[in-house]
Design a protein around this ligand. Structure first.
Ligand SMILES: O=P(O)(O)OC[C@@]1(O)O[C@H](CO)[C@@H](O)[C@@H]1O
Ligand SMILES: [Mn+2]
Length: 478
């Protein structure tokens, strides 16, 4: 607790320097010193039109309603598979989720979890931390807590509603949307696999400059794959329809920060630097959405291995259904099986190669519970040291998507030109990059005045998904 309070004070002191106008300063009596806790987006919600407020007031209830409808639609299936027990489980799960929706919409206090899952204590300790930052008689509630916390908490309560009601506990309420996104993006996926196969054929003849050009293209395809996210669309179909390669040129102006060259240089230096025999060149992907975005991740990962820029790839997914379309182990394995059994030759060839990479250990998949906690990544070294140590073995970590960016930067209303490394606040297990389309109002690392100009031109530039960044934080200096 003390450790957390001290870290909080350091962070707050840092944050106090920023002019953010969305802070509600809550004075927390903490021993003799008061720690000024900058309350996330608490104030922002009081601004009726803030993105955080509209997300919690409108979009999250819409997502919850879809979840309830989905479970109801599967009622007969639960009965066929599990008899009366299945019906009972469906009824109880719906009742828990309806209660959750009412708590959310009427700003009720955040409740401790009771399902006994592996991460339950971490969640309940986090709730205690939130309580310790408020006046004793003010419980953390849905509209008086940081947006990042309550949004993550909603998905964890959905998990609780499943797990408290076997046999629906392994029913993924978001599965339909994720598989639909995969099938609706088939045309784009086969274009991508055909392009990748062409690279595999010519790889040994490519010059370094040609290799770099292909890398930059596949990195940008991977970046824009992040637009296919079902949380921002509240579950509405959101798949890739156009050619992911042909559209790159027209999308370039919308990349606000492009540090691709720094990423390329890091990978190339790793490849060219002599290392002890048998040592690896490791790239970790902290995954985001299943469906087309996952295909773009796998294609880039394949290219990195085939080109020798990496010798092994570690994928990090979610250990429970998360933010509607995030990738679980089941999604990852299903996607590889779908690719393998695809009618299109090159998709099937890619699927076979990818299954082979997994079997040979060139690719691996893990899903640490930390990724589905509400914690900012600067808390990882203290709260999940084994995961932080795992990431320290990487030569490059690729963070995909908007939620990861919010956790990298603590979801603070930083000034736009604050350096990315500053916003990481000490989270730096290895050289890392973020490939993110902007869908939440937090952004750092811009040029002076760039954010203000964007706001003047397009008030929704941070939340529309139209703009993107490729941001890099290199090796430790010194
Ligand atoms: O991480 P992703 O899939 O790119 O985006 C997640 C997201 O859609 O959900 C949150 C808003 O509800 C935001 O972080 C973001 O808009
Ligand atoms: Mn996501």
């Amino acid at each position: 607790m003390k450790r957390f309070a001290v870290r909080l004070a350091e962070r707050n002191l840092l944050k106090c320097l920023f002019s953010g106008n969305c802070w509600s300063l809550r004075r927390i009596p903490e021993s003799r010193r008061t720690i000024v806790y900058l309350h996330g987006r608490g104030r922002a919600w009081e601004q009726e039109l803030s993105f955080a407020y509209l997300t919690v007031k409108d979009r999250l209830p819409k997502i919850l309603t879809k979840v309830i409808d989905t479970i109801h639609r599967y009622k007969n299936k639960f009965f066929e598979e599990h008899g009366e027990e299945g019906l009972e489980a469906e009824k109880k799960a719906i009742s828990l989720l309806s209660k959750l929706k009412n708590e959310l919409q009427t700003d009720k206090p955040i409740l401790a979890l009771t399902d006994g899952l592996v991460d339950m204590d971490m969640w309940n300790q986090y709730l205690e931390r939130q309580q310790s930052l408020l006046d004793d008689n003010v419980p953390p509630s849905w509209f008086k807590s940081p947006w990042l916390y309550v949004e993550c908490y909603m998905y964890r309560r959905i998990q609780e509603a499943r797990c408290l009601n076997p046999p629906v506990s392994d029913f993924d309420v978001f599965e339909e949307g994720k598989t639909q996104s995969f099938f609706e993006s088939q045309q784009a996926s086969l274009i991508l696999c055909t392009y990748l196969q062409g690279l595999h054929k010519d790889l040994t003849d490519l010059s370094e400059e040609q290799l770099r050009e292909h890398f930059i293209k596949l990195l940008q395809v991977c970046l824009w794959g992040n637009r296919c996210d079902l949380s921002i669309s509240a579950g509405q179909e959101n798949s890739q329809k156009s050619s992911p390669i042909d559209s790159l040129e027209s999308l370039k102006p919308f990349i606000l920060v492009d540090e691709s060259t720094k990423i390329w240089t890091t990978l190339l230096n790793n490849k060219l630097t002599r290392r002890p025999a048998g040592s690896s060149r490791r790239v970790d992907f902290v995954l985001d959405n299943a469906g087309f975005e996952l295909i773009t991740d796998l294609v880039l990962a394949d290219f990195l291995v085939a080109s020798g820029l990496a010798t092994d790839i570690h994928f990090h997914g979610k250990y429970m259904p998360w933010f509607v379309s995030d990738t679980t182990k089941k999604d990852f394995e299903w996607t590889l099986r779908q690719m393998l059994s695809a009618s299109h030759l090159w998709m099937s060839v890619c699927g076979a190669r990818w299954q082979g990479y997994l079997k040979e250990g060139i690719w691996s998949y893990q899903d640490h519970p930390f990724w589905t906690l509400p914690h900012e990544f600067c808390d990882m070294a203290a709260d999940a040291p084994e995961l932080y140590a795992e990431l320290q073995r990487a030569d490059l970590i690729v963070f995909k998507g908007d939620l990861n960016y919010r956790k990298l930067t603590g979801d603070r209303k930083w000034d736009y030109d604050v350096p990315f490394e500053t916003a990481l606040r000490g989270f730096h297990p290895a050289p890392l990059c973020s490939l993110r389309t902007l869908k939440a109002d937090v952004q750092v690392g811009l040029q002076a005045g760039q954010g203000e100009n964007l706001t003047a031109a397009d008030t929704d530039w941070m939340t529309s998904g139209k703009y993107a960044i490729i941001q890099f934080c290199g090796p430790h200096r010194g």
